[in-house]
Design a protein around this ligand. Structure first.
Ligand SMILES: Nc1ncnc2c1ncn2[C@@H]1O[C@H](COP(=O)(O)OP(=O)(O)O)[C@@H](O)[C@H]1O
Ligand SMILES: [Mg+2]
Length: 257
């Protein structure tokens, strides 16, 4: 089976500054990939290239086995941008309307809003746990609730991939866990491939299947077990002994010799 996304030897520069250097990354269907890296490390640029929002300068990207220059089926890819969390809270629209606006392309084909569309909106809201809020004004909701609504808007056209750029920035600390739990369910139950830029790698490591560490170059890419192993090795280099062994002995109440 073709990987959902395949990135080969991708470089990108804004004027003189190279912000992506020789990136290779393959994302299989069903993955939940966290992309981590410091500010300015090229994370949003990489997502914009995947979404065709920036033009590829060097290298190749294929989506669903097709070269990105020929790819047309953008409804397969849902996207919530980093800007979504600075949404104008005075915007006069209900939650239902915001989610329904994600159907514009589909409705274009039918010319009018049908019962089936309303059902799609409600089912997208249900998948992010926001059914009860459908008639509320978007501006009255908390940052975390708004973010769920934007995810529902991205989900309403039934994409196979969902791309989220720092979705927890506006989410209160106590709601971050349930937010990730909701993403986990979209991945596990609905089978949606997820790509997420995040700083919460500690919180999220039990939920994701793969991690990519980006700082202009791709410093690491692997499944979550390889990532934990790498972190452990870095820690033991730092502390000068085997961290894994110590924590294991502690578990059994052992005394360090
Ligand atoms: N439109 C742009 N023009 C020029 N430089 C940009 C532009 N967008 C981003 N950059 C620069 O490219 C680098 C990577 O940006 P970005 O991909 O947004 O990083 P991240 O999302 O990891 O914080 C940063 O140094 C940023 O200032
Ligand atoms: Mg960014």
């Amino acid at each position: 089976m073709d990987p959902i996304i395949k990135i080969d030897h991708v470089y990108y520069r804004y004027e003189k500054d190279i912000v992506l250097h020789d990136i290779d990354l393959t994302i299989p269907e069903g993955a939940f990939l966290a992309i981590v890296g410091p500010n300015g490390s090229g994370k949003s640029t990489l997502l914009k290239l995947l979404l065709g929002l920036l033009k590829l300068q060097n290298g190749n990207i294929s989506l669903f086995g097709q070269d990105i220059s020929k790819f047309k089926d953008w409804q397969q890819i849902g996207y919530v941008s980093q800007k979504a969390n600075s949404f104008n809270t005075g915007f006069p629209a209900t939650v239902f309307e915001v989610v329904a606006s994600g159907l514009t392309k589909k409705i274009g084909m039918f010319k009018f809003f049908q019962k089936a569309h309303a059902e799609k909106v409600m089912s997208a809201l249900a998948s992010v746990g926001m059914t009860a809020f459908s008639n509320r004004n978007i501006g009255e909701l908390s940052g975390g609730q708004q973010q769920r609504v934007f995810i529902a808007r991205a989900l309403v056209s039934d994409p196979r991939v969902l791309i989220l750029d720092e979705p927890t920035v506006g989410v209160d600390a106590e709601n971050v866990n349930s937010f990730y739990q909701m993403l986990n369910e979209l991945n596990k139950k609905a089978g949606i491939t997820l790509l997420l830029v995040t700083h919460d790698i500690g919180t999220i490591s039990e939920k994701v299947s793969h991690v990519a560490c980006l700082n202009k170059k791709l410093y690491f890419h692997g499944d979550i077990n390889e990532f934990e192993q790498m972190r452990m090795e870095e820690m033991s280099k730092f502390y000068g002994h085997d961290v894994q062994l110590i924590s294991h002995q502690h578990e059994h109440g052992g005394v360090l010799s």
